[in-house]
Design a protein around this ligand. Sequence first.
Ligand code: SF4
Length: 385
Amino acid sequence: MPDYDGQMPSPTYGIQPPHEPDAHVDPLATTALAFSRAANRRWKVQPHEARLAYRSLHRAGAAPGAPLEWMAPPVPAKTLVDGMTVKFTLPVGDGLETESVLIPMPHRDGSVTRTLCVSSQVGCAMGCTFCETAQMGLMRQLTVREIVQQLHVARHVVACPESGRLGMPVKNIVFMGMGEPMDNLDAVLGAVEVLCDHDGPAVPAQNITISTVGRLDGIRRLGEFISRSGFRKLNLAVSLNAPNDAIRSSIMPINRSAPMGALREALITFPMRKSAAICVEYVLIPGVNDAPEHADQVCAWLCGIRCSLNVIPYNPRRESPWRAPTEDETAAFLARCIANGQFTKRRGTKGRAAMAACGQLGNERIRRRRFVPLGVDPTAAPGGA
Ligand code: SF4
């Protein structure tokens, strides 16, 4: 379990991404402007030609006629399909891989758009006891390219389960895959700059959500970042998962250094645009955080924070001491929150069979290289405080 000493001092715990030799000439790792300038310096091509190639690579998946060294080398993606949900993995060297999930969002008119859940790290240092990824510990930070590449492959490489065609339209991107995004915030914000680039993937900032377990320094930095033109509408999600400090500290070690009072203050002062709301996630674990009085405490804590509460029925990790909640248990918790006047939604479970659902990412083979025991005693799980 990670050793926290006050607010976490190093955003990387000394585990750095591999050196990116010349990121500016890698079109998946930089913005169109920086790429066209770097290409002009290195290859003496006109900046507008480089910009066109950049645009074509991001939009169409290839830029015919452009020098080979500009292009993203093909990455072998392994896919696992569960209904319309697709989990795919991409190798990032040393036997490690990223995991991403394409979550379908069917619409009334019969069309389907997808949300892409991306990883920001291989593994994670945060040690949340309900999470599969936590059992890997933090193995490596991802680079800007390795984050952006997940969208590139989703849009241009992975086969669509309905049509069989290569690539799927991705509407939203959520940083909710492996890793704590604010533990690798430089790369995450660098990736957001590329993802939002009008000449590149052109994902609107309002369609991107960065989720955190509550790193206060990261929330502050994100607040500064969104004051920049073009990023004002970026969304923040916070993984709360508990009604009080006693329960939260028992399942989320971050709470020992950043308790709920400080987190609440950070959310209240987060510089959101007027129409925005923070997404507060609550993984519902039977016998741990699902009692009626827990719903009341959560709603009282949320009072004064512009937010929507997103209740996620727990998806058991491997060797989980806890089961998933029943439909009735989930419905009862939701009803209690709604009765308290809290805007509350239930997140549907998708991809559980492919270990692609929330909290289930993490390759078992890689995990075996360094298993981090989470030390949970289910009989000692607190029932309230
Ligand atoms: S829930 Fe998120 S922050 Fe916590 S261990 Fe899992 S990946 Fe890390």
